[in-house]
Design a protein around this ligand. Structure first.
Ligand SMILES: NC(=O)c1ccc[n+]([C@@H]2O[C@H](COP(=O)([O-])OP(=O)(O)OC[C@H]3O[C@@H](n4cnc5c(N)ncnc54)[C@H](O)[C@@H]3O)[C@@H](O)[C@H]2O)c1
Length: 245
């Protein structure tokens, strides 16, 4: 896989799967546009990325703010000329409770971040992908959006919505060489652990362990590559053979 002369835009890049994805792309030669609400957590990543011969732009911002996304995308297009790959990774997921305990405010916030925070970057970047007749869009969802997780009805709903968005949008743009897919991780190791290969025991998978951030990044990179040129509209589970659905 070779991403030289390609530019990848990754949301939620400061930690976890987003951070591993940035490192994976950097190793394969892609220029990077990284965005996150949290700049402080990105500092060590930005230091590490200095070891690569690539151009990196970091933008602090909120994916649920359309104006902010449009501004960052405009700046990125001015600087890099094109965005080839969009990884919609940032989301809210640490929110648990019985259905009736989840407030309407919490529902609205999670819908804004997880659904509209995926829609806004696509709306901002897709026109230039259409002009270039090239694009890869990878949405990071969850097995919760496939099976539905108890105590996470709101989160599951948003991830299911993005899995459906993925399939529907792929049908509109696949013939323009814009391939849209989602990856649906099972349990992933804690995103505040900066070892991208770290895993820990988990009873939720037949493999008996969580997935690492880099295992997820590897799948994202494959879907973003030219090697994955006949894959579109798919929700691909990466879950170590999940036990409980
Ligand atoms: N970690 C898991 O076990 C797991 C499992 C299944 C799916 N996922 C999905 O993987 C993705 C990444 O999760 P993770 O656990 O690696 O990282 P994380 O959730 O710990 O961190 C995500 C990053 O996104 C940023 N972010 C959050 N809200 C944002 C916003 N409104 N605007 C911009 N940035 C924002 C955070 O600051 C953080 O740096 C998410 O979409 C999550 O739903 C994670």
């Amino acid at each position: 896989m070779d991403f030289k002369n390609r530019t990848a835009f990754v949301t939620g890049a400061s930690v976890g799967i987003g951070r591993a994805t940035a490192l994976k792309f950097a190793g394969l030669g892609a220029n990077l546009v990284l965005m996150d609400l949290n700049r402080e957590n990105a500092e060590s990543l930005l230091d590490e990325l200095k070891n690569y011969d690539i151009d990196v732009m970091f933008a602090q911002g909120d994916i649920s703010d359309e104006e902010c996304i449009n501004k960052i995308v405009k700046e990125a297009l001015e600087r890099f000329g094109r965005i080839d790959i969009l990884v919609n990774n940032a989301a809210l997921w640490r929110s648990f409770g019985d259905f009736l305990e989840i407030s309407v405010e919490t529902w609205k916030r999670i819908i804004d971040v997880n659904i509209m925070g995926t829609v806004y970057p696509i709306r901002a970047i897709l026109p230039s992908m259409l002009e270039n007749n090239y694009g890869r869009i990878i949405n990071v969802t969850s097995v919760a959006g496939v099976y539905g997780n108890a105590k996470m009805v709101h989160y599951s709903t948003t991830k299911g919505a993005i899995n459906t968005l993925t399939k529907a949008l792929a049908k509109e743009v696949s013939d323009k060489n814009i391939l849209v897919n989602s990856i649906c991780p099972g349990s992933v190791s804690p995103s505040d652990n900066f070892d991208v290969n770290y895993t820990q025991p988990s009873e939720l998978s037949f493999m008996g362990r969580t997935g690492s951030d880099m295992e997820n990044a590897n799948l994202i990179a494959f879907l973003a590559s030219d090697e994955a040129s006949y894959i579109a509209g798919q929700n691909i589970q990466i879950d170590g053979c999940r036990k409980k659905q």
